[in-house]
Design a protein around this ligand. Structure first.
Ligand code: LMR
Length: 398
């Protein structure tokens, strides 16, 4: 039966963690996967999340199924976080939101549904570069993949002219995947004015924006990091899609909490979209898991806890900024070439510009793990490992 099954290649991100875990060298450092760790090197359990969790445990709640589209309060609070409380889109009932198993299932459920709607000629344009799983998820769902220019290696910044030129050539109906903030892997984002330009083009070319927002709050804060979504909502564009994740912002990686939101032209269209989302979920994993969503809803549903959560998020953000500054300073102290651009990048990641050969040397000679693309997770740095990392990077770039 299975004799002809071939070995699949390891995942470039999670597979690297497997290699890291199998490494027996003391002092090894994992800057591969996008996970925020604190100064002690631990994935934090947020105080607000823990408080809600203690309350849930003592309430001894029964464990029935959630509805196919998840916990209603969670979906409502998610909409408010993404679109802003009082958003006219929400008031008009134009947004269909369903809880999903992390941001990944939001992407996959959205991809399956859009592929159904678009038929065999479905196309998606993805930034070059992008999170590796974007390509695989949409290809597996039956999309033809296209690329648009995004990152300019010479300036370590945005290639806005290239991006606009490539988007301007897409056929109407093409889906365009956009990172709302903290672009993964580059850390290079659009500002509000640049978003306006992109959105005007999307509207003019009748393209369908599919926003991936996995790091809301990791750059500037909840509202600022949702600028792309808020501007899309205000633009009058008829339809767009949002996949969001709470893995990072609530430090709930293993609970797999995300959501898919689809914006339709009116309330009736949104209701039909929700029915299709539910059908897609039911035939994939039936319904989502309850625990993580209950934690998120518990925090977001209390104004007191929500305020304290935003403070905790701010602490993570501030620590990342400090690590960026610290890394740049230590690299200079070790005589490395100029890495000042790292300070201007947003979110968890830095596209360091390290070559694959340099990344391999870091792994083999220094037990420091980064992605082959040169992406490093700056949120995995702390005061104890910063100098070691800087010295090793300086050694492989000299
Ligand atoms: C990453 O890019 O490292 C994270 O989004 C984790 C993942 O699932 O790849």
């Amino acid at each position: 039966f299975f004799a002809s099954v071939e070995m699949a290649p390891g995942d470039p991100i999670l597979g690297l963690t497997e290699t890291y875990l199998a490494d027996t060298r003391p002092g090894k450092i994992n800057l591969g996967v996008g996970i925020y760790v604190d100064e002690q090197g631990h994935v934090p359990l947020l105080r607000t999340v823990h408080e809600v969790e203690l309350g849930l445990a003592s309430a001894a709640k029964p464990r029935g199924y959630l509805p196919i589209d998840g916990l209603p309060a969670y979906n409502q609070l998610t909409q408010q976080l993404l679109f802003g409380a009082g958003s006219p889109l929400l008031e008009a009932g134009r947004v269909a939101t369903a809880q999903t198993i992390g941001g990944s299932a939001a992407l996959r459920v959205g991809a399956d549904l859009l592929r159904q709607v678009a038929g065999a000629g479905a196309k998606i344009a993805i930034s070059n570069p992008s999170w590796g799983n974007h390509h695989v998820v949409f290809r597996t769902a039956g999309f033809e993949l296209l690329e648009y220019r995004y990152y300019d290696p010479s300036s370590h910044g945005l290639d806005l002219a290239g991006m606009l030129e490539d988007l301007g050539k897409l056929e109407p109906g093409t889906v365009v995947l956009l990172h709302a903030c903290c672009h993964n892997p580059t850390g290079v984002d659009l500002d509000a004015v640049q978003w306006q330009q992109v959105i005007a083009l999307l509207q003019e070319r009748k393209l369908l924006p599919f926003i991936d927002i996995a790091y809301q709050g990791f750059d500037q804060g909840i509202a600022a990091d949702a600028t792309a979504i808020r501007l899309l909502a205000a633009s009058g564009i008829e339809a767009f899609v949002v996949a969001n994740s709470y893995s990072k912002s609530f430090s709930l990686y293993g609970e797999r909490v995300g959501a898919l939101s689809m914006v339709g032209a009116d309330r009736d269209e949104a209701a039909r979209l929700l029915s299709k989302i539910k059908q897609t979920i039911r035939t994939n994993y039936s319904s989502p898991a309850a625990h993580g969503a209950s934690l998120v809803a518990g925090v977001l549903g209390s104004s007191e806890l929500r305020g304290r959560w935003e403070q905790e998020l701010g602490e993570m953000r501030t620590r990342i900024h400090a690590m960026r500054a610290g890394l740049v300073e230590r690299l200079a102290a070790h005589g490395a070439p100029d890495f000042g651009f790292i300070q201007g990048q947003a979110g968890m990641f830095s596209y360091s510009g390290l070559s694959k050969a340099q990344v391999l040397r870091l792994r083999e000679e220094h037990a420091i793990y980064a992605l082959d693309s040169g992406r490093i997770c700056v949120a995995a740095l702390n005061r104890a490992n910063l100098d070691t990392v800087a010295a090793a990077v300086a050694a492989v770039t000299r």
